[in-house]
Design a protein around this ligand. Structure first.
Ligand code: 5GP
Ligand code: MN
Length: 320
């Protein structure tokens, strides 16, 4: 486990990079930082990044225009790197991975601890993929934009340095990145804290309809497509809902279940104590993630039935 990033890409004429579908701050920051870093280290190589279109809050981040969201046909890459996920969640970029001569995987998801590529660098104990990537980088090629992107990744996956995955080392790395002098507060407002008026109202809506289960140790909130249509929102407006549910006092596990497309339900799961491992819970339904943040999908049942199944499965772990 583990490899040297510059050594493993040194011989390649072409390098492709991707992350996961519905890319979050860690995924976007990690992939863009990798792209800019490798382009600096190897100015003569063809290096490209393929990712679904980032949410509007990321419109001003450095390198935003370098992301290709069209997933065009390409000759097989000499090296293809998958960051912050395994290959199953790479969506339209999976074709590049399958065709590549050499594949690399950099991740921090416990559900992907063995990796999915020819060479793997997975650190399940590390807070963010961006933190793993920083540790694989040589300081000489890091600049202010790369530092911004790495710090954004770390700050997003640690919930602004407050989740339990945040370590002293996480803070030390962030401190080193801050020395590059970018506007951290502005970056966090724009990419992390700001919600549209519609999004804020949606959080209120789901919280209002939420239900407590298992003596108040579990909370669930749901959102159907019909409701989304009525409220004039899409699944892209659902960020932040599960975290709002999670901070309910007494709750150890929060679930937000929404209808991704007709009849297909996506669950976002969060834990706030060690009494429940939501990676294990998600894996039961074919999903995965981290001990305290995970997700899974289900079809063939109603949204209420899916919630009931999730609660039943969570009850096996929670002492009720
Ligand atoms: P979120 O709830 O924010 O979508 O996801 C939380 C965490 O769980 C993320 O780290 C994400 O990568 C992981 N995750 C979410 N959904 C799935 C899924 O369907 N399969 C797997 N393997 N991981 C997921
Ligand atoms: Mn991540």
């Amino acid at each position: 486990m583990g490899f040297d990033l510059l050594k493993e890409t040194a011989e390649a004429g072409s390098i492709g990079i991707t992350g996961h579908i519905k890319p979050d701050g860690d995924c976007i920051g990690s992939c863009l930082a990798l792209l800019m870093y490798l382009r600096k280290a190897y100015p003569d190589k063809r290096i490209e990044l393929f990712l679904e279109k980032p949410a509007p809050g990321f419109r001003n981040i450095p390198g935003r225009e370098l992301i290709d969201s069209a997933f065009p046909d390409r000759e097989a890459f000499d090296v293809f790197i998958v960051a912050d996920t395994n290959k199953e969640r790479t969506g339209d970029a999976e074709k590049y991975f399958d065709a590549a001569k050499k594949t690399l995987n950099i991740d921090h998801h416990v559900s992907n601890k063995d990796g999915c590529a020819m060479l793997n660098h997975v650190e399940p104990e590390t807070a963010a993929a961006a933190e793993v990537i920083y540790k694989m980088m040589k300081e000489e090629y890091i600049d202010r934009d790369i530092a911004y992107l790495l710090c954004m990744g770390i700050a997003h996956d640690t919930g602004g340095f407050h989740f339990s995955n945040t370590t002293a080392e996480t803070h030390r790395i962030a401190a080193r990145l801050l020395e590059y002098g970018f506007d951290y507060a502005g970056m966090m407002d724009e990419t992390f804290y700001f919600k549209t008026y519609k999004q804020n109202r949606l959080i209120a809506e789901v919280v209002l309809g939420s239900q407590l289960h298992l003596n108040g140790k579990l909370i669930s909130g749901t959102l159907t497509l019909e409701r989304m249509h009525k409220l004039g929102v899409t699944k892209d407006d659902t960020d932040g809902i599960v975290n709002q549910l999670r901070i309910t006092e007494g709750v150890e596990c929060a679930m937000f279940v929404y209808e991704k497309k007709a009849g297909v339900f996506k669950a976002s799961l969060r834990a706030s104590t060690d009494n429940i491992n939501v990676a294990k819970l998600a894996e039961h339904f074919g999903g995965g993630g981290h001990v305290r943040a995970s997700g899974c999908e289900r079809e063939g049942v109603t949204i209420e039935e899916f919630v009931e199944e999730l609660v039943k499965e969570a009850a096996l772990q929670l002492d009720v």
